[in-house]
Design a protein around this ligand. Structure first.
Ligand code: ATP
Length: 238
């Protein structure tokens, strides 16, 4: 079986600085795969490249059997790859519902769109309760929910989440992580970038540890959680 996403020897640079130095990994349909690692490891750069926002200087990306090398970002969304970016990028003056509908901008099936808006409200009831309010009035965790809900509105085959736990209270973080598990159980394939290694590895099928542009260790989520070097470097143990 071929993987939904196949990344081979991917290299990405900002000018002369190579931020991603030849990484390879795959994401199988139905899996949660996580990239963990400290600040500056190249995780966000990887996701932005998969979304078509940055052009690689080497390597290849195949998504759903198709090479993505020269496909522009808006086409990549229509192929089924959605990105919930770091920092969320919601539109604060637009309502919550308008923000969700933006995620469906490529779709024409009004009935399906309404059904998916309802699905986002079922997943995150607070969004439904406040659907007519400006998105800027939401708390950080609620904005994260909105960003995830919006990314789901394109009915992605692969949902990429960049640091969904960033800046959240422990309770809110648990809620977001529980939602990722729920989405996975509903069949959504997820590529999760996280600095919170404990949370990410606890729910991931497969994890890859990135350090300065390279994948230095890969394994199942549970194997990496118990790996001594991972525990020392990323889980704050001596
Ligand atoms: P973080 O969690 O802080 O986002 P990260 O693992 O996602 O970390 P990246 O944001 O991908 O890491 O950054 C990888 C490297 O590329 C870092 O050294 C960073 O300083 C550099 N970098 C990121 N964006 C740019 C940019 N626009 N111009 C130049 N260098 C950049």
């Amino acid at each position: 079986m071929t993987a939904l996403l196949e990344v081979e020897d991917l290299r990405v640079a900002y000018g002369k600085i190579e931020a991603v130095k030849g990484i390879s990994f795959t994401v199988e349909a139905g899996q949660v795969v996580t990239l963990i690692g400290t600040n500056g490891a190249g995780k966000t750069t990887t996701l932005r490249t998969l979304s078509g926002l940055l052009k690689p200087i080497g390597g290849s990306i195949r998504f759903d059997g198709q090479p993505l090398g020269s496909v522009p970002a808006h086409k990549i969304v229509s192929l089924g790859l959605a990105h919930s970016p770091e920092g969320r990028h919601i539109f604060p003056r637009m309502t919550i519902e308008e923000n969700l509908l933006l995620g469906a901008f490529l779709r024409k099936d009004q009935d399906g769109i309404q059904a998916d808006v309802q699905r986002a409200y079922d997943l995150f009831p607070i969004l439904g309760e406040r659907r007519k309010q400006a998105a800027g009035t939401l708390s950080g965790g609620e904005q994260q929910m909105l960003a995830m809900g919006r990314a789901l509105m394109s009915q992605p085959k692969l949902l990429m989440l960049d640091e969904p736990s960033m800046g959240l209270s422990p309770i809110m973080m648990q809620k977001i992580m529980a939602t990722i598990v729920e989405l996975r159980n509903q069949g959504t394939t997820i590529l999760l970038v996280e600095q919170n290694a404990q949370a990410a590895l606890s729910l991931a099928d497969t994890g890859h540890v990135m350090e300065v542009g390279r994948i230095v260790l890969s394994g199942t989520g549970s194997d990496l959680l118990t790996d001594e070097s991972v525990r020392k470097a990323y889980l704050g143990e001596d």
